[in-house]
Design a protein around this ligand. Structure first.
Ligand code: KG4
Ligand code: ZN
Length: 364
C-alpha cells in the first residue's frame, strides 16, 4: 500500500494568498485546512490586479496564511512530508513571494520542496474531489486561461485547443468594468444575468463556425461595449434592466461557445477510447452556475461522467497545489533550492506557446 503523505501547499500566483494542508495518497487525499486571503479590496480602486501591489501583499501575508493552515489542520511543520508551492505560471512577483517563502521553510526544516505548475493544480483538482480516472477531458477556464486538455496522468497533458485572445474570466471582468459592476466580474455579471433577458441584445458567437477547439472572447466583450454605447446614445443612459439584459446576453454567448467547443473536444478525446469517459471543468469560471449547467447537459447527452469541483476549489486555492505536490512527490519528483519562478509554463510542452497577455501576464 502507498504511504500516506502530508503536504503543505502555498499559492500566490495572482490575487489570492493561500496555504493549505492535504494528506493521503494520490487516489485518496483529504483537505485538512485551506486558507485563502483575497486581495480584492486592495485592487478594487484600480479596476484590475496591480502586480507590484499583489507581490508585496503576498510577501506580507504568506507567513500568516501558513500559520493559520497549520493551526486549522492541528499540526506543526514537524508533521509534514513536503512543501509544495506554485512556481508558475502567473504574475512573477507573486510567484516569487511564494517560492521564497517555501524555500525558507524548506531550508529551515529540511523538508523536501516541490515546485507545482498552477495549471496542473487546477487540472488535477477533479482527482482530489472525485478521484476521476485518467485519461479525462478537462476544460480549464479561469481569469488567465482557457484550454481543453486531455489529462493522461499527473505529468502528461495534451492540449487540444484554447482561447486565442482573452480568457473568459478576463472577459467577465472587463464586461463588469464597462457596465460599472464590482470586481471580480464573474460573480457580479452572473448575479445581474439572473434578472436579464439573454435575447434582448444580439451578441456574436466568435469562431463558432471554425473547426477545432480554439476559442475567442475578446470580440464578444467589444460587442457588449458597442451595444452599451448604442443604448446610451439612443436613450441617454443605461437602465438597470438594460444592464441585466447585457449581462444575460453575454453569459449566454459564453455558454454557447463553451458548450459547442466542448462537443468538438469530446470528439477528439473519444479517439483515445477511454475506459471511463469523463469530463471535468476547473478554474474560477467553473464557479458559474449557468456554465456548469450547460456543460453538465452536454456531458449527459454525450454520455460522459461530469465533474465540477465545489466552488471554493474552482477559484485559486492552495489545496489544489498541496494535492498536486503530494501526487508529484509520490511519483518521486521534488525540487531543490534552485527552484525558479516561471511567468510562463505551458502544461503541454509540445505545443507552440499561445501569445497575448492576460490578467496573469502572458498566456501559458
Ligand atoms: O482560477 P481563478 O481564481 O484565477 C485564475 O487562475 O485566473 O479565476 C478567477 C476568475 C476571475 O476572472 C473571475 O471573474 C472568474 O474567475 N470567476 C467567475 C465566477 N467566479 C469567478 N466567472 C464567471 N462566473 C463566476 N461565478
Ligand atoms: Zn487559477
Amino acid at each position: 500500500m502507498r504511504a500516506s503523505l502530508t503536504v503543505l501547499g502555498i499559492e500566490s500566483s495572482c490575487d489570492d494568498t493561500a496555504a493549505a494542508v492535504v494528506s493521503g495518497t494520490p487516489d485518496h487525499a483529504t483537505i485538512h485546512a485551506s486558507v485563502v486571503e483575497s486581495q480584492i479590496d486592495l485592487h478594487a480602486a484600480f479596476g484590475g490586479v496591480v502586480p507590484e501591489l499583489a507581490a508585496r501583499a503576498h510577501a506580507e501575508k504568506l507567513d500568516h496564511c501558513v500559520e493559520l493552515a497549520l493551526r486549522d489542520a492541528d499540526i506543526t511543520l514537524a508533521n509534514l512530508d513536503g512543501i509544495a508551492v506554485t512556481s508558475g505560471p502567473g504574475l512573477i512577483g507573486g510567484v516569487l513571494s511564494g517560492v521564497m517563502c517555501a524555500k525558507g521553510l524548506s531550508a529551515a526544516t529540511g523538508l523536501p520542496l516541490i515546485g507545482v505548475n498552477h495549471l496542473a493544480g487546477h487540472a488535477l483538482t477533479p482527482r482530489l474531489t472525485d478521484t476521476l480516472p485518467f485519461p479525462y477531458l478537462l476544460l480549464l477556464v479561469s481569469g488567465g486561461h482557457c484550454q481543453f486538455l486531455i489529462v493522461k496522468s499527473a505529468t502528461d497533458f495534451q492540449r487540444l485547443g484554447g482561447t486565442i485572445d482573452d480568457a473568459p474570466g478576463e472577459a467577465f471582468d472587463k464586461v463588469a468594468k464597462l457596465l460599472g459592476l464590482p470586481q471580480p466580474g464573474g460573480p457580479s455579471v452572473e448575479a445581474a444575468a439572473r434578472d436579464g433577458d439573454p435575447k434582448s441584445f444580439a451578441l456574436p458567437r466568435p469562431l463558432l463556425d471554425r473547426e477545432g477547439c480554439d476559442m475567442s472572447f475578446s470580440g464578444l466583450k467589444t460587442a457588449v461595449l458597442r451595444a452599451r454605447d448604442q443604448r446610451v446614445e439612443a436613450d441617454g443612459g443605461l437602465t438597470e434592466a438594460n444592464r441585466n439584459d447585457l449581462c444575460a446576453g453575454f453569459q449566454a454567448a459564453i455558454c454557447d461557445l463553451l458548450a459547442a467547443k466542448t462537443r468538438t473536444a469530446i470528439e477528439a478525446y473519444r479517439r483515445l477510447a477511454p475506459a471511463m469517459p469523463s469530463f471535468a471543468v476547473a478554474g474560477g469560471v467553473a464557479a458559474n452556475k449557468a456554465i456548469r449547467g450547460v456543460l453538465e447537459t452536454v456531458c449527459a447527452e454525450e454520455e460522459l461522467a461530469f465533474s465540477a469541483p465545489p466552488l471554493a476549489l474552482c477559484t485559486d486555492n492552495a489545496a489544489m497545489i498541496a494535492y498536486a505536490g503530494l501526487t508529484l512527490f509520490d511519483l518521486g519528483q521534488s525540487s531543490d533550492l534552485s527552484l525558479s519562478a516561471r511567468p510562463r509554463w505551458p502544461l503541454d510542452q509540445s505545443q507552440a506557446p499561445m501569445l497575448g497577455s492576460g490578467k496573469k501576464g502572458a498566456k501559458a
